[in-house]
Design a protein around this ligand. Structure first.
Ligand code: FAD
Length: 361
């Protein structure tokens, strides 16, 4: 039997509140965090005057996103939680549902992401899947315009691909019953083939068609071939640039090449007659998409733009006002650190914004 969202909310708050030395920890935490932020801000300020260093800063932030000590430190601190709130809609199911309802009121759809990746035990995977089942129940009960985004490593992919398949299959089955959709996020290139194969297997079941989709990253050389295969199978795709650190043997190192490939892939996806998501905040990519659909007579309800929670809300509103469909990806949960660091890596200047608010408090 599934726990109710209220039970889950209480469970999450206990998890957060169980630090016996909370006050002392917060003081140490405050000083250490201020030192860390000051250091990184100094690096950013230097980098902004020497743009050649930006890629180095990005790589540094991506490398830090995998640092387990920093992650433990950040995720266990209340201050870390406060800093991440720009990109993460709280820690509990109830909070993300409220955020989704509020985004829906602006005429924008949502995709809910319970943060977490690379779990270490089947129990953790079961627990993560349990959260998604609660989300799916709530989406149906509250009639939210929402679906869910899931990472296979959160479903136990590193431990046992069969386990991950079973978890994902039960989520898709639940999404069918709730008349919604499961998007399998794309992680680093070690998982690309396995993720595509798994989505293909899930989509091959008649009842699941149209209720499961995958993500393709424009920075990978292989993506055009992957898209051709997925389109032949009628699979819904979210196109994004890609957020992981990949070697030049697998991914375009230059942004201009990634952008060119993004446009090429978008032009392959949109005339396919399948409902896809164009996930970007890049005004040039958005403009290219708008121009292409106009030229080809593709109606605005045949696809959607997708953006991340807390990023370019101005653009989201403009697109809705212009009659396009927009979906916002809303992450939540206590395990926000890797996601947050990848967002900083995409735009290190965000750190200055966050630090400014932080020092004001
Ligand atoms: P960029 O060239 O990185 O940025 C263009 C402009 O957008 C920037 O100049 C800035 O103005 C704005 N911008 C971009 N990012 C930020 C930010 N963090 N904060 C503030 N402004 C910003 N990646 C994956 O690898 N796998 C996934 O499954 C995945 N799912 C995604 C789902 C959605 C809905 C979205 C929007 C992105 C997803 N991504 C995923 C991340 C994606 O790959 C990119 O890393 C991210 O979207 C930044 O690329 P961009 O297209 O916005 O262009």
């Amino acid at each position: 039997m599934q726990q109710s969202s209220v039970e889950f909310t209480e469970y999450q708050s206990n998890e957060l509140g169980n630090e016996p030395e909370n006050d002392l920890w917060n003081l140490r935490d405050l000083n250490a965090t201020r030192i860390c932020i000051s250091l990184v801000c100094s690096i950013i300020i230097v980098s902004e005057h020497c743009p050649v260093h930006m890629p180095i800063l990005r790589s540094l932030l991506i490398a830090l996103s995998r640092n387990s000590s920093l992650r433990r430190f950040a995720e266990s601190s209340t201050l870390g939680g406060r800093m991440s709130s720009r990109f993460v809609a709280g820690t509990s199911v109830e909070e993300v549902l409220k955020a989704a309802a509020s985004v829906n009121r602006q005429g924008i759809s949502t995709s809910l992401d319970s943060l977490g990746e690379n779990v270490h035990s089947p129990q953790e995977a079961q627990q993560a899947a349990g959260v998604y089942h609660r989300l799916l129940d709530a989406i149906q009960q509250r009639q939210l315009d929402a679906n869910v985004s899931v990472k296979l490593t959160q479903m136990g992919m590193d431990l046992d691909p069969e386990l991950a398949y079973a978890m994902a299959a039960s989520l898709v089955e639940h999404a069918v019953a709730a008349n919604t959709f499961v998007r399998i996020d794309m992680e680093g290139s070690d998982y690309t083939q396995a993720t595509i194969d798994m989505v293909s297997k899930l989509n091959a079941l008649n009842a699941n068609r149209g209720h499961v989709g995958v993500v393709i990253q424009a920075y990978l050389y292989r993506s055009k071939a992957d898209i051709d295969r997925l389109l032949a199978e009628g699979i819904r795709i979210r196109l994004c640039k890609g957020a992981y650190q990949e070697p030049a043997s697998l991914a375009f190192p230059e942004k201009a090449d990634v952008d060119r490939n993004f446009v090429r892939l978008m032009q392959t996806l949109l005339p396919s007659g399948i409902y896809h998501g164009i996930a970007t905040h890049d005004e040039k990519m958005i403009e290219a998409t708008r121009r292409f659909v106009k030229e080809r007579g593709i109606a605005p309800d045949q696809f959607e733009f997708q953006m991340l929670y807390g990023v370019r809300r101005d653009l989201q509103k403009t697109l809705v006002a212009d009659g396009y469909r927009v979906r916002v990806y809303i992450p939540f949960g206590t395990e926000w650190y890797p996601y947050f660091m990848r967002r900083l890596a995409e735009r290190p200047a965000n750190l200055i914004f966050i630090a400014r608010n932080f020092f004001r408090q």
